[in-house]
Design a protein around this ligand. Structure first.
Ligand code: PAF
Length: 281
């Protein structure tokens, strides 16, 4: 596995592979790799000839008071994971490499970034869209891999790639969960033992909402109430949002008439957890 730190070298690598007709897969990450990332890398390994994993804690997607400075950074063990998964290139740029002096562009995906995470984390999705556009420009992947756990992010990246004609296929891979149903996230390690015991309540709430739909409930407010009542059984959990949305536009629905997505975010102390569940018609 080659570790590349410079944008110019990554561009040269991808240009060379394009000339050779090699299919490139990109797995963008912020590091602290877990089984969810490994699943993305494996999908990329199966469907692409060459796999590049980027490892960059992107300052632009962290708001004031968020965890940028304490976000876990573990290059050595992340590199070992990538090596073990047969990654070809690990791209580890510095902040200056990604955003050199004079960098003046910010990519905003209107509409999809307005609600839910966008509302609670102002500027977050501009940061994500900007870095993903930049990574696609450098690695020029044929396919980029994202996890479904960040449902809104995946929808937004699909829109970005389409709107800017980036020529990248976006592959959205299933959420990987621990045995209690908690969606894996690098931030789960911030949870105290008590919060860890409380964390499964979010997925339990989404499953209760899903079961209500399966039982014939169509009113979004009733489904939201079912989810809210489940969260209320866990004294440590505070709801940020629980919603029933259109899976493409992420606009709230008042009734379920077709496919929908249940989105949820809770707080356990200072830790935010997000998760979602698709409801197929
Ligand atoms: O999902 C993440 O880890 C990040 O938002 C991403 C896509 C790597 C952009 O920094």
């Amino acid at each position: 596995m080659r570790i590349i730190r410079s944008s110019r070298t990554l561009s040269a690598w991808s240009r060379h592979l394009h000339r050779e007709g090699v299919v490139i897969g990109l797995v963008p990450t912020m590091g602290a790799l877990h089984a969810g990332h490994r699943a993305l890398i494996r999908r990329a390994r199966l469907s692409c000839d060459a796999v590049v994993v980027s490892l960059f804690v992107n300052p632009r997607q962290f708001g004031l008071g968020e965890d940028y400075s304490r976000y876990p950074r573990r290059l050595r063990s992340d590199a070992a994971v990538c090596q073990g998964e047969g990654v070809d290139v690990l791209f580890v740029p510095t902040r200056e490499e990604m955003y050199p002096p004079g960098f003046g562009t910010s990519v905003a995906v209107q509409g999809l970034s307005r609600r839910w995470e966008g509302e609670r984390r102002p500027g977050h999705f501009e940061g994500v869209a900007t870095v993903v556009a930049k990574l696609c420009g450098l690695a020029r992947p044929h396919v980029a891999f994202f996890g479904r756990k960040d449902f809104q992010q995946a929808a937004l990246v699909r829109r970005l790639v389409e709107d800017l004609s980036l020529g990248v296929r976006v592959a959205v891979c299933p959420t990987v969960r621990d045995k209690n149903g908690v969606a894996l996230s690098s931030r789960n390690q911030y949870l105290t033992p008590a919060q860890r015991r409380a964390a499964p309540v979010l997925y339990a709430a989404l499953r209760a909402g899903h079961a209500a739909v399966r039982a014939g409930v169509r009113s979004a407010s009733r489904i939201r109430r079912v989810m809210r009542d489940t969260i209320a059984t866990e004294p440590l959990a505070r709801v940020e949002y629980l919603s029933v949305c259109d899976p493409d536009t992420l606009e709230p629905r008042s009734r379920i008439t077709g496919d929908a997505v249940l989105l949820g975010a809770i707080r356990l102390g200072r830790v935010r957890l997000i998760d979602n569940l698709l409801v197929k018609k």
